[in-house]
Each structure stands twice: as C-alpha cells, then as structure tokens.
Design a protein around this ligand. Structure first.
Ligand code: B12
Length: 255
C-alpha cells in the first residue's frame, strides 16, 4: 500500500512566521507532529511519503502515485486542505483525513472518503481493520480519550529536519482548567494524559539520533497541567538526559 501524507499550507498569520523564516533561511517553523505520529501507527510494511506544503510543492504525480492520501490539518489550513481534497477528487485518488480541522467540523468534508476523527490512537485501529476487510466507513469517531502510552515515536525520517526551525515533542494532552479564551478541552478533555519519563526520553533519543540539535517545542496544551508528576518524574529525567548528552536541545512550551 502506498500512502502519501499531506500537511496543507497555513494561511498567512503571525504563527506561520512566513516573513521571519526568511531571515534564518528555513522553510517552516514546526513539523507536522500529528501526521508523523499517525505515520508511525500505520503498518510498517506500507510505503509512506510525506509532503508538508509549507515546505514543498504538492505535485499531481505524488497524488497519482498514492493508493491513499492522508491529510491532517487545523482550522487555519482550511483553504489549502479544501484544495488538496478537490485535487484528489479530480484525479480519482482516495482520501483519509483527521486532525482538529476535520474533528471540529466533519460535516464540511463530505468529499473526503474516510474521516478518521478525534485521536488516532483510538479511531485508526477500527478504520485499518475495516480497510483490510474492504468495509471502511465514511466516518470514525469516539468520545473517549486514549492514554498516551500507546502513542508511538513519530516517524522523523519522513521529513528533512533541516527545513524546520524547531522540533516538536508532546508530553501531555488535555488541561484541567477552564479558561474562557481556550477551547482545548473540547478536543482533548479536562484530565491531563501523560507520557512516562521513558517515553519522553525515547523521543529525545530519537531526535538526537536523527541528528537534531537546537530547539524542541513541547507542544502540550498546558505543560503544567499535572505539576506534581512533571516535577517528580519528567523534569529530573530530562535534566539528567540533557547533562549526559551535553545539552543538545533548548526548550519552549505552553503553560
Ligand atoms: C503546537 C500547537 C501549535 C503550534 C505549532 C503547530 C504545528 N504546526 O505544529 C503553534 C504555536 C504555531 C500553533 C499555532 C496555532 N494554533 Co495550535 N496547537 C498546537 C497544539 C498545542 C499541539 C499540536 C500538536 O502537535 N499536537 C500533537 C499531535 C500528536 O496531535 P494532533 O496533531 O492533534 O494529532 C492527533 C489527532 O488530531 C489525530 N490526527 C491528526 N492528524 C491526523 C491525520 C489523519 C489522517 C488521522 C487518521 C488522524 C489524525 O491523531 C493524532 C494522534 O492522536 C494543539 C493542541 C493539541 N493538543 O493538539 C493546538 C491547536 C492545533 N492549535 C489550534 C489553533 C487554533 C492555532 C492557531 C490558529 C491559534 C491562533 N489563534 O493563532 C495558530 C495557527 C498557526 C498558524 N501557523 O497559522 C487549535 C486548532 C483548532 C481547530 N479546530 O483546528 C488547537 C487544536 C488548539 C485548540 N485551541 O483547540 N499551534
């Protein structure tokens, strides 16, 4: 099976850093972590290629070569996502879409063949089983939030790390608070779900072994959603990992 993973273009906003990136000679600020994680959940024998449209042009030949095009996007990528879906439809290529854009408003995407919504750790499993049986439905959804112990290390070899300013790592999902400006709990729930220290160090190792040195963005909804666990289990493990590896990374996060 040949899979093309596509990350649509961002609209022009502050957070796309379109103009600032030119000063540092890079193509995008952050890699598509959701898509790289989904890639790692697919059968290992499937052939996978990833096009981040913020970095490279998406060619019709790439689309035509794929058995399925898997698209991930957030709302800011709506226009580009719609264009990709229309191009696939015109070329007769089947599409599978997931991520926050599609999960928040699935009714807008009738032209997508399979909407695999919410968190892939849960919904991708029945979808892949049905796909194998030839009975895949239009939509897969769930009201449950998975534990993060099933989340694999992203398939970093699908991108060229040198195109990006910062690499991403996720330690937790969800947030216990209820701030009026934030809708994160609608997608990821109120209970922070956490990775173990072994998982976090495994992800640091993976980035280190790919040759990455520099910034690592811990892309949590709220890095301090569970302060006690963070201070007891994660930060001491990260500090000693950093010392053992002579401080190859610096970090940013959201709290
Ligand atoms: C890091 C982050 C950013 C970063 C970088 C984004 C990037 N490219 O990596 C920055 C700070 C730049 C950013 C900015 C913005 N962000 Co932001 N961001 C996040 C955050 C905190 C983490 C994203 C992440 O890497 N998650 C980890 C991966 C593993 O999760 P994931 O991508 O969701 O993938 C999972 C599922 O969605 C699903 N899945 C995803 N893709 C696919 C594809 C397929 C085929 C399948 C089957 C499944 C699937 O399975 C995956 C595993 O469970 C999320 C919240 C969150 N917890 O995810 C918000 C979030 C994505 N951001 C959001 C928003 C609104 C924005 C902004 C528009 C905010 C603003 N007002 O400016 C900007 C726009 C950015 C731009 N370029 O213009 C919203 C999107 C809401 C929506 N309905 O689309 C989110 C969900 C937060 C929220 N408020 O709810 N963001």
């Amino acid at each position: 099976m040949k899979i093309l993973l596509v990350y649509p273009r961002y609209s022009e906003t502050f957070w796309g850093f379109k103009y600032a990136l030119k000063f540092i000679g890079l193509k995008a600020a952050f890699p598509p972590l959701g898509l790289l994680s989904i890639a790692a959940m697919l059968p290992p024998e499937w052939e996978k290629k990833l096009v981040d449209m913020n970095v490279h042009k998406l060619k019709d030949t790439d689309l035509k070569e794929a058995d399925y095009v898997m698209i991930s996007a957030m709302s800011i990528q709506l226009q580009s996502a719609q264009e990709v879906i229309a191009r696939c439809k015109a070329l007769g290529v089947k599409t599978i879409a997931g991520g926050p854009l599609f999960t928040a408003e699935p009714e807008k995407f009738q032209d997508v063949d399979h909407l695999v919504l919410n968190e892939g750790e849960i919904t991708l499993v029945p979808f892949l089983e049905d796909l194998e049986k030839g009975t895949a439905r239009h939509i897969y959804t769930t009201t449950e939030h998975p534990s993060l112990d099933r989340t694999p290390i992203p398939l970093w070899d699908l991108i060229d790390l040198r195109d990006y300013a910062t690499m991403n790592l996720q330690f937790s999902r969800g947030c216990p608070y209820d701030c009026e400006f934030c809708d994160i709990t609608a997608l990821f729930g109120h209970k922070p779900r956490l990775k173990t220290a072994a998982q976090v160090l495994g992800e640091l190792d993976a980035l280190y072994e790919c040759g990455w040195r520099g910034g690592v963005f811990i892309v949590d909804d709220n890095f301090i959603g569970n302060k006690a666990y963070l201070k007891r289990e994660i930060l001491p493990a990260m500090i000693s990992w950093m010392e053992r590896h002579r401080n190859p990374f610096w970090y940013i996060t959201e709290a």
